[in-house]
Design a protein around this ligand. Structure first.
Ligand code: NAD
Ligand code: WQD
Length: 350
């Protein structure tokens, strides 16, 4: 019945050709929703649309455009009767945000504000936002609960804090907003088909894509940033979550919002388990059958020792918890990496 009820509902997925947006589009279509993607392709390729169609049998509608463009948004909302918006579009590289903060405030903050303004104009008040565990700063206590104090150590993280606040202000400003602020931990892996996955440009910033490129022979060894953290083996500990588990979490958050009169929900999406860099390297060796050479290097500035989620609220409110472990995360990341479906390169960023 859920599927039948949702058949007619149309969801706008901004950033839908990107890593998390593409996997969530698959999960949404499989749950019976119709998806319209808005993406400016600054960090993804339109070829992802065909890959999604191969998996689900349905090519999502696609508009190449920018969330910062009010006219593009107004046109979109005229052309499609959108029931809810899942907002993934934005920039996400921490180091780049230090070098070019204005690009981050413009894309992530101004972009979100423009999108919300256009939604308000069109009378659409259901919104799911990609926030991040980065808003917890350096954890004072683990596991991280949603009421942990927030702080930002870099411009990227600050954009997430600001948009979280914008959403709270908006929620309080008038009745009827249904908003979910989802704080992702470390999304990894890929769809098990190997047809979609994470396609970072240049040298990957994140651990798992880097490890995958060592396994394929594109890079010679992993540099492990720090071996003297206060953790079991001295390397950094994170809560890695399979991107398809994360995608299912979005479907649940969307359903929750669509069922509510009004709502402002803030919830962690993680597994509740922490693994070290060395754990992940070993799990990837197991999954790929390849040796992953590594070398210890200095700590990366801004890194924290350890971070993992308290997952109780997601279970209570969304009836959701992650199901896949690091074995499946690594197996699917390897399936995607070895298929070698890297696309040509991003459009120029404006
Ligand atoms: P991604 O770069 O793969 O996807 C983002 C997509 O948004 C890309 O396809 C890009 O082309 C598009 N985009 C960027 N700016 C745009 C704009 N102004 N207008 C239209 N489209 C635009 O990143 P992802 O990993 O899929 O992340 C999705 C969201 O989740 C981001 O908001 C990110 O900050 C957040 N997030 C990601 C992680 C992570 O580790 N991947 C963790 C926490 C939160
Ligand atoms: C994981 C661990 C590194 C690369 C980042 C953002 C965060 C969120 C997710 C969006 C750490 C170590 C890494 C390498 C290494 N993004 N590492 N060698 O830093 O937990 O989170 O992505 O919201 O905001 O900060 O993820 O994958 O970069 O690092 O040793 O080449 O791997 O030190 O311990 P991180 P990561």
């Amino acid at each position: 019945l859920d599927v039948i009820n949702s058949m007619t509902q149309t969801i706008l997925v901004t950033g839908g050709t990107g890593f998390i947006g593409s996997h969530t589009t698959v999960a949404l279509q499989q749950a019976g929703y119709r998806v319209v993607i808005l993406d400016n392709l600054c960090n993804s390729s339109a070829s992802v649309l065909d890959a999604i169609a191969k998996i689900t049998g349905e090519k999502p509608a696609f508009i190449q455009g920018d969330v910062r463009s009010a006219p593009a948004l107004a046109k979109l909302f005229q052309a499609y009767r959108v029931d809810a918006v899942l907002h993934f579009a934005g920039l996400k590289a921490v180091g780049e945000s230090v070098r070019d903060p204005l690009a981050y405030y413009d894309n992530n903050v101004h972009g979100s504000v423009q999108l919300l303004g256009a939604m308000k104009q069109a009378g659409i008040k259901t919104f799911v936002f990609s926030s991040s565990a980065t808003v917890y700063g350096d954890p004072q206590k683990l596991p991280l609960t949603e009421d942990h104090p927030r702080s930002a150590t870099n411009p990227y993280g600050h954009t997430k804090l600001i948009v979280e606040d914008v959403l709270e202000n908006l929620y309080k400003s008038e009745e009827g907003w249904r908003i979910a602020r989802l704080r992702y931990f470390n999304p990894v892996g890929a769809h098990s088909s190997g047809l979609i996955g994470e396609a970072p440009q240049g040298i990957p910033n994140n651990l798992m894509p880097y490890v995958a490129q060592v396994a394929t022979g594109q890079r010679s060894k992993v540099m492990i940033f720090g071996k003297d953290y206060d953790t079991a083996d001295g390397t950094g500990v994170r809560d890695y979550i399979h991107v398809m588990d994360l995608a299912r979490g979005h479907v649940q958050a969307l359903r929750h919002c669509l069922d509510a009169e009004q709502e402002l929900l803030t919830v962690n999406l993680g597994t509740g388990k922490g693994y070290s860099v060395l754990d992940m390297v070993r799990a990837f060796e197991q999954a790929s059958g390849k040796t992953i050479p590594y070398e210890f290097a200095a700590r990366r500035p801004g890194d924290i020792a350890a971070c993992w989620a308290d997952t109780g609220l997601a279970w209570e409110k969304l009836d959701w918890r992650a199901e896949m472990g690091i074995e499946e995360m690594c197996a699917d990341a390897w399936g995607w990496a070895r298929a070698g479906r890297w696309w040509a390169g991003p459009a120029k960023r404006s």
